[in-house]
Each structure stands twice: as C-alpha cells, then as structure tokens.
Design a protein around this ligand. Structure first.
Ligand code: WTA
Length: 652
C-alpha cells in the first residue's frame, strides 16, 4: 500500500523537512550522529525564545540517578509566545481553535488574536487569584475552548498545570490535588457528552472538601446547571476572566522549568505525575506535529482525543498552536447523535487531517459503512491513530472506507512519558503496512532487548527501549525522582524502558505488540492493575483480588478480575448485584473510566511459595487459552489452578 501522491509543502521553519524516504534516512542518520546539532536547529527554528539556547543535551540515561537530564538548559522562553504571539503577525485572523459542541453544528471559533486575548485575560485572572510562577493548578474540565485557554493561561504565568480527565472520580482528583499540592482548581459547572451531563463542579467540590490547601475554584459556566459556589473560595469564570485585562506580559521561564504534570498509571502503586518541561516539550510537540501529519497552512486539523490525556496536550493544544494550525476541539462522542458524527464533522468543517484511536475505529466499523459514505470526505488527506495497537482489519476499514483508499494512515506509537510521537510513518514519505508503527522519527533511537539487556539485531521480538534522550522526554516524576529512575531506567540500565513489547520485521518496521508489564490498555486508556486491585480489595466482601487484561473486540483489552471472597461471605444468587457493587467501588475510587468486565470468584490466587501472584496463568485463563500454562510446579498450591480453570468454564 503506498502513500498519497501529493507532494508536501512543508511550512517554513523546518530545517529538516521529510518528504521522501531518502530524506528520512538522511535526517535520521544526521540526528543520530549529532543529536545536539539536530535538536538545536529545530529548537531555534520553531520556538520563540527570549534567550535562544546554545546547549543541547546535558546528562544521560547513565547519570539520571543523580538528577534529570536537560535539553536547551540555557534557553529562556514562555511557550505561549510560540503558540500565540508568534502567530499574531501573519495568522492573527486565522482560526486557532474550532470548537464543535455536543450538538452537531454548535460551533465556536477563536482566531489567534482572540485566543491570545482570552489567554491573557485568564492569566490576569489567575494572578488575581494569587497564582504564582511555579505553582500547580489543577484543570478538571470537559472539552470546551476554556480548557485550552486555562492550560495556556497557566503556561503564560509560568504556573504548572495538571489536567485531570473528567472521567476520574473525586477520590482520584483529590489524590492528584494533594500529590502536586495545588491551590487552585479550574473546573466547569457540568460537562456535556451525548446529551449526558457530567457533574464536574460537584465532583470537584467533593474532592476539595476539607483540603485546606485549595484556596480557589475557578468555574466556567457551560450548561447553566445550579451548582454550589462557596463564598470566598469559588469564583465564576465570567466574573473574573471576562472582566480581566487582555494585556499580560508572559512570564519568562527557563527551558527546564516544568510546563505541566500529567498523571498516568504504571505497574505499581498510585498514578505517577509525569513532568514535562517548557523548551524541550514545545520543540518536540511542534516538530512531530508538523512532520508526521505533513501539516500545511490551510489544513483543518482534528484530533478527537480529550485534553485530559497526553494526546490532547500535545496534538490538540501545544503542537498545533505552536505550528499556527487550525485545531478542532470536540466536546461530544463519536456515537452522538449517531455513528456518523465524525464524518459529518469532516464534511461540515472540511477536515483534512483526522486523528483518533483504534477503539473508536473498531466501534464505528461495527456500525456499518453507510454512516461514513453518506458524508463527503474528499478533504481528508492524512488519517492518524494512537493509543493501542491497531488490528489490520480496523486499519483496512479506516483506509478503504473512511479514507476511500486515498489517504495515508499514520499509526503513531508514543506514550505520556515520551511527550510526542516516536515511531510512526511520516505522512508524505513512509510506505505503510496495516498494523505497523513502522519507523522511528529522526532523533529517536529504539532498540529491542532481551531479558539480559542485550540488544537484539535483525528481525526479532523484544522489549522496546530507547538509547538516547530526546527533547520531549519526561524529565522526572513529580516529587519522586527515585520513582522515575526505578520505573524507567532500572530494568535495563542505561536505557529507557517503554514497558512495551515490539516485533521488528526484515524491513526494519516496528510492530508494537502491547504492554509487557502490569499496565492494561482499555479503549486506549492506560490503567494500572494495582490501582484496580486496590480498589477491589477495599470492598468488604473481597479478601484478595488479581486483575489481568484479556482481548476485547472493541476495547482492545477488557478487565478481568479474580476475586477471593472474605471468609464467610456468600454471594449466592445475588451475583449481579454484587458485581455491580464492586464496580461501584471501582468507580468511586478511580472513576467512570474504570470498570471490570468479567469477574471470577476463585478459592485462592496462584502464588509462588514466596507469595508472588503468577499473573501469567491468570492471563492465560482470562484469554480462554489453557493449552500452554507452562510450569506450575513452583506454585505453593498447584490445585488452585485446576479450580480456576474449571471455574472459568475451561478444561485443562
Ligand atoms: C500504547 C498514549 C500500539 C502502548 C499516547 C504505550 C500504542 C501506551 C500505540 C501509552 C500505537 C500507544 N500502537 N500501541 N500506535 N500508541 N500505544 O501513555 O502500549 O496513554 O505504551 O499514551 O499506549 O499510553 P499513553
């Protein structure tokens, strides 16, 4: 399958345009041989610096235990000057944010000039609420332009934002507020998705109850619902932002000052606050957004993620705005009012680049082609996918039905920690293959290693690691640098371990096979098994819980929970009620994003004599494949396995 034939017109500002495989190869080698020169050139060309950096990388994966490595450390900037001010010369009247609300055709546009003014007003308001440079601000909102304005306003004052996805519960929100010690929470009365309201303010109220550290909530009115406003603490956006000054001098930051914290799930413990810094992140967001999607000046670019995830940060807000693009923000769901919503939007707005997740593609493919073909999609040029491996059937449907076999598909592999896209086709250059993330971008050096940290060569499968830092890489875990070091740099010393497995074929293409750690990927959302287990064992009826993933036709992975009941508990005929109650606990602890799909009550968990749960066995049973369970002789009680197998309705 080949890529589209139209030659690219890469915008000015890229010293390293990639429009052919030859250019990719040359650029990749150049970046490998001299990463500092490569990234400094990109940083200088793309970013509006107050003081341009002279220094590239300082530090390495070998010294990360002594402290974070840095990029461009002597540079000074405010990232919003790249995203806003730098566009006011030639793009003041160009639409920066094109918003589509929950109801089809409910639109708002903000030009670059309007967005800059709004961000300044919001920045003025934050300062009037006492927010200072370096302080953390939590943003708990739906997909309204004010969410992006809030992020940029924080960046404008040098504050560190942490966006919490609106599907997280009050408890999860409180954990994050505490972890980063935020004083201000920006929220809205309610979110709105598919005519369903999400009580954001009420949830935020519950989260901040008794939290002495939170001095203010800034509340945007979206639906007009009646919400409680606590005098002295809660202020309306329309009272303090709309009346604030549109003149605001951006606060100068060091390149390595934190820009934002984003919490993400790992194998163990609570979610980690992944920290991204100003200069490196904005360089990488701009570089990848332009290069991968082959961005052109008149593109209408639509990424339908949520700003609560890294995809929303990098590819709805920072990357597109740094590149002066028109970026769509979508409030609703792909199924409202019907399964044709995305493609109707493509027609109405003339979308040229469309970026979504495999789970949405699979769900929509199952609804039939008519929802797609009824819309005019002739403007589409590049289709992107992210978040999980895309199965070849879904890829083919995206390519032939949505893209009418005319568009390039970029299957972009990356992570919260990587800041931006890492392994991907480059739209105008890379020949694609259904299901392959293909090749690394310039400046990215993936390797596959075995358990002994030996680099594997040729066509092979292994654990995916990176050999060399890049500017967009997360620098630390908020408040816990040792956790950053142990999570990412201890399994394979001297390398960054991604947590993913990967197969490389004879042509050097990368096929990501999924997580090799205890992280689940459900509908493109990362979920830690440890978080789910700790929620489940907090229920009175549960003594022990072990959670694994299993293949799910739409979600990619479903959540399978093995439960050992407390002695004396008998759920008898009320299985459904009991399961519902457990999912209620999960919802309270984590949020509506998390849900167990299948429960199995077991007499015990398969543990080694040292007490470690053998998840391999549990995964096999959940997958319905007990043919090769492997060695169970190290189990403390091998009979448990037979009980689990027969309980699952399988035979060994
Ligand atoms: C998975 C999302 C296969 C992977 C940007 C990774 C993918 C995790 C792809 C990160 C892809 C992301 N193909 N797998 N194109 N993109 N993943 O932090 O397992 O929410 O480690 O970042 O998603 O999820 P995160």
């Amino acid at each position: 399958m080949s890529t589209h034939p139209v030659p690219s017109r890469v915008q000015e500002g890229s010293p390293n345009p990639i429009t052919t495989m030859h250019a990719w190869r040359e650029t990749w080698m150049q970046a490998k041989n001299d990463p500092d020169a490569f990234w400094l050139a990109e940083a200088h060309a793309r970013v509006h610096w107050r003081t341009p950096p002279t220094e590239g990388l300082r530090g390495s994966y070998h010294t990360v235990g002594d402290g974070p490595f840095s990029w461009f450390a002597d540079g000074r900037l405010n990232v919003t000057e790249t995203c806003l001010d730098a566009n006011l010369g030639t793009r003041a009247d160009k639409v920066a944010i094109l918003w589509e609300g929950d109801t089809p055709g409910e639109n708002r546009t903000l030009t670059y000039a309007e967005l800059a003014a709004e961000v300044n007003k919001a920045a003025s308001a934050l300062v009037s609420l006492g927010v200072q440079k370096g302080e953390r601000v939590i943003i708990y909102m739906g997909m309204v332009p004010e969410a992006a304005i809030a992020m940029l306003a924080c960046a404008r004052v040098g504050a560190v934002h942490s966006v919490v996805f609106g599907g997280f519960s009050a408890e999860a929100l409180r954990d994050r507020i505490r972890d980063c010690d935020a004083r201000v929470v920006i929220t809205q009365d309610e979110g709105l998705r598919g005519q369903r309201t999400i009580p954001l303010k009420a949830t935020a109220d519950e989260a901040v109850q008794g939290e002495k550290g939170v001095t203010h909530q800034l509340v945007y009115r979206r639906t007009g619902a009646d919400v409680t406003m606590v005098a002295g603490r809660d202020v309306w956006w329309h009272d303090v932002v709309e009346t604030a000054s549109a003149d605001f001098e951006a606060v100068e930051c060091a390149a390595e000052d934190p820009l934002f914290i984003l919490y993400t799930s790992g194998s163990t413990g609570r979610p980690k606050g992944v920290v991204h810094t100003c200069g490196g992140y904005i360089t990488y967001a701009s570089y990848t957004h332009q290069t991968v999607f082959d961005l052109r000046e008149d593109d209408v670019y639509a990424c339908v993620a949520d700003v609560g995830w890294i995809t929303g940060h990098t590819y709805i807000v920072y990357g597109p705005l740094a590149n002066g693009a028109t970026t769509l923000m979508f409030e609703s769901t792909p199924l409202y009012p019907d399964a044709g919503r995305y493609w109707d939007m493509v027609e109405r707005h003339g979308i040229t680049i469309f970026y979504t997740a495999p789970t949405a593609i699979r769900a929509l493919a199952a609804m039939g082609d008519d929802f797609v073909t009824r819309a005019d999609r002739s403007t589409l040029r590049v289709l992107g996918t992210v978040g999980e491996p895309i199965n070849p059937e879904a890829w083919e449907w995206y390519y032939t039905v949505v893209g009418a076999s005319r568009c390039t598909i970029v299957d972009t592999w990356w992570q919260t920690e990587t800041g931006g896209i890492m392994i991907t086709p480059v739209a105008p250059a890379t020949p694609v293959a259904p299901g392959a993330a293909t090749l690394p971008l310039p400046g990215i050096q993936p390797v596959l290693v075995n358990a002994d940290n030996q680099v594997l060569h040729g066509p092979v499968s292994g654990h995916l690691c990176m050999e060399h830092p890049w500017p967009g890489q997360a620098r630390t875990v908020w408040g816990d640098h040792p956790r950053y070091v142990s999570t990412y740099f201890s399994t394979y010393p001297g390398r960054y371990f991604t947590g993913d497995g990967c197969r490389r074929d004879a042509s050097g293409y990368h096929w990501i096979t999924g997580r090799v750690d205890d992280v689940l990927n459900v509908s493109g959302h990362r979920m830690g098994t440890a978080e789910l287990e700790s929620a489940l064992v907090s229920a009175d009826s549960v003594a022990e819980a072990a959670v694994v993933g299993y293949p799910h036709p739409i979600k990619g992975q479903g959540v399978y929970a093995y439960i050992v009941l407390q002695p004396g508990v008998d759920i008898g005929d009320s299985v459904e009620v009991w399961q519902k109650a457990l999912n209620g606990v999960v919802r309270t602890r984590i949020g509506a994003v998390a849900r167990v799909d299948k429960f199995q009550v077991v007499p015990g968990l398969p543990k080694t004599r040292s007490g470690k749960v053998m998840r391999r066995i549990l995964r096999k049973v959940a997958e319905g494949d007990v043919s090769r369970l492997g060695d169970v002789s190290t189990l403390a009680d091998p009979s448990v396995v037979d009980a689990i197998i027969s309980g699952a309705g399988l035979s060994g």
